[in-house]
Write a protein that binds this ligand. Structure first.
Ligand code: F0G
Length: 489
């Protein structure tokens, strides 16, 4: 299948293409983001979306059973970049629920049946990231990657660590000091990833890991959402929403915006479904920033930066970033998952806003916490960043941009138990994390204890910890067996 797929630079003045089995973190010629593109005429495309429904009844632990069980690979004809099905990696991701949330809707003044919550926290590692990891690990498996790495505000690291452990490749995660919710840190440690706590925030971690992953000598496969294969898997969130609505589009999809990978994937999903004639109506998109990390809203709503046939006003973006540097600005929000000021997928998010006639808003930490509590009280719960979508819906209703008659899907990106500290603090005023920070530290004594390694934001220091100083890719990082395909776990 993969001959009909390639990687392509999204910059229309470049349009460089790369083979599907090349490892790239950006276009080599111009540095822009890459897309996965398909020659659909050479691929078996279902005549209608209802084709995918028969897969719900597949049983068994063979390859077909496993792929059909996955809420990502059930839709594999819409992301056919793999060569053969036995290359596909899955851990049973994407079995998530679209809940009719009438009780939440009533709080917001919406008509019954019109507020729907897509619970991506029900994924194996507890966040939507598993959708993307299934696809990116499939590509990593295709190219024989032995070490995979990411920078993360927490959920990407948890998901990467889980997939890396099951695929028996070495997982390395870079997290900002003190910036990660405890549930997420505990997952990365528990699943055995080498966890580097860099002195800096997410933006610093991502800059550093991109630098490392760009150098082929380092042998580090990048799992952040600049990896275009991640976004292929995340398209499936929209397929599942459509499926739950019997293949009718809602009026709105509302999603929190951090590094802007998820919204970009949604835009690509709808762009392709339109192109393939598989869908008539494209829903509108609302991307919600936290006020303390509002780069997209600043650029889109205030400075009018738009996608114009593949081009956008990069100068205005650079001006904003230069001003941030000058004032030593760092984002700050209770929604630590989206505490990001330089979203790497910005151009693709602008494209998604164009395709889906979108809007951008920002909401305060207080609004985020109140709406998180609302989802918990009248739903299954979610972490703070996820609740930005519901807070954003509330704002759009007040502004009369969304009407009570509109059908709205809010994406709840992460599980409530990712960040229990914020929940306890909301209800009791007690900050458990601060209490723990000041408590005396004990030496871990579990047989599988895997402590985070504190390291300066300095390339040489990081290379030393990775065992790469002077040794290149073959240095003495603990070696794992090569990855296993789906059928083995
Ligand atoms: N919600 C949650 C719970 C997240 O973890 C993230 C991103 C987002 C929303 C934003 O999604 O980046 O695609 O716009 N978390 C990343 C991480 C950055 O490292 O876990 P996005």
């Amino acid at each position: 299948m993969h001959d009909a797929a390639h990687q392509q630079c999204i910059n229309p003045d470049c349009n460089a293409t790369y083979a599907i089995d090349e490892i790239r973190v950006a276009c080599e010629k111009c540095g822009s983001l890459l897309d996965i593109r398909y020659d659909w005429r050479r691929l078996p495309i279902p005549k209608s979306m209802s084709f995918f429904e028969h897969r719900w009844s597949t049983k068994g632990t063979g390859i077909e059973g496993r792929l059909d069980f996955s809420g990502v690979w059930r839709f594999r004809e819409l992301m056919p970049f793999y060569r053969t099905e036995d290359q596909i990696v899955t851990i049973g991701e994407g079995r998530t629920v679209l809940q009719r949330a009438d009780l939440v809707g009533r709080q917001l003044g919406m008509k019954s049946g019109n507020v729907l919550l897509q619970y991506e926290g029900l994924n194996p590692s507890g966040s939507f990231k598993d959708n993307g990891m299934a696809a990116a690990f499939t590509h990593a498996h295709m190219v024989g990657a032995q070490r995979v790495a990411c920078a993360s505000t927490g959920n990407t690291s948890a998901s990467l660590a889980m997939f890396a452990s099951l695929a028996e490749v070495r997982g390395v995660v870079f997290i900002g000091t003190g910036k990660i919710a405890l549930g997420k840190l505990s997952q990365a440690l528990d699943y055995g990833a080498l966890t580097l706590q860099i002195q800096g925030d997410f933006d610093a971690c991502l800059r550093r890991i991109r630098q490392i992953a760009t150098d082929p000598k380092m042998g580090m496969y990048l799992m952040n959402s600049v990896n275009p294969f991640r976004l292929e898997g995340q398209k499936s969130i929209m397929y599942r929403v459509l499926e739950a609505l019997d293949w009718q589009s809602p009026d709105w999809v509302i999603v929190p915006g951090g590094n802007l990978g998820n919204c970009s994937a949604f835009g690509k999903a709808f762009m392709e479904l339109k192109e393939l004639g598989l869908l008539k109506k494209v829903p509108r998109l609302a991307i919600i920033n936290a006020s303390g990390a509002n780069t997209l809203n600043e650029l889109y709503s205030r400075r009018n930066v738009r996608w114009r046939d593949g081009r956008y006003d990069a100068e205005t973006v650079q001006k904003l970033y230069a001003a941030m540097d000058e004032s030593d600005y760092h984002p700050h929000t209770v929604a630590s998952a989206i505490e990001i000021s330089r979203p790497v997928n910005l151009p693709k998010a602008l494209r998604a806003l164009d395709v889906m006639n979108g809007v951008v808003r920002e909401v305060s930490d207080e609004e985020i916490l109140e709406h998180r509590a609302m989802v918990a009280r009248w739903g299954f719960g979610c972490e703070p960043a996820s609740a930005a979508s519901v807070a954003g819906l509330h704002r759009l209703i007040e502004e009369k941009v969304v009407s009570p008659d509109d059908q709205v899907v809010c994406i709840l990106t992460g599980h409530e138990l990712k960040d229990p500290n914020e929940t306890v603090k909301y209800h009791t005023g007690v900050d458990m994390k601060a209490a723990q920070d000041s408590a005396p530290r004990q030496t871990p004594h579990g047989k599988l204890a895997n402590q985070p390694v504190q390291v300066e934001d300095d390339l040489n220091a990081i290379m030393r910890v990775l065992g790469l100083s002077g040794g290149g890719a073959n240095a003495d990082l603990p070696q794992h067996k090569s990855s296993l395909p789906v059928a083995e776990y």
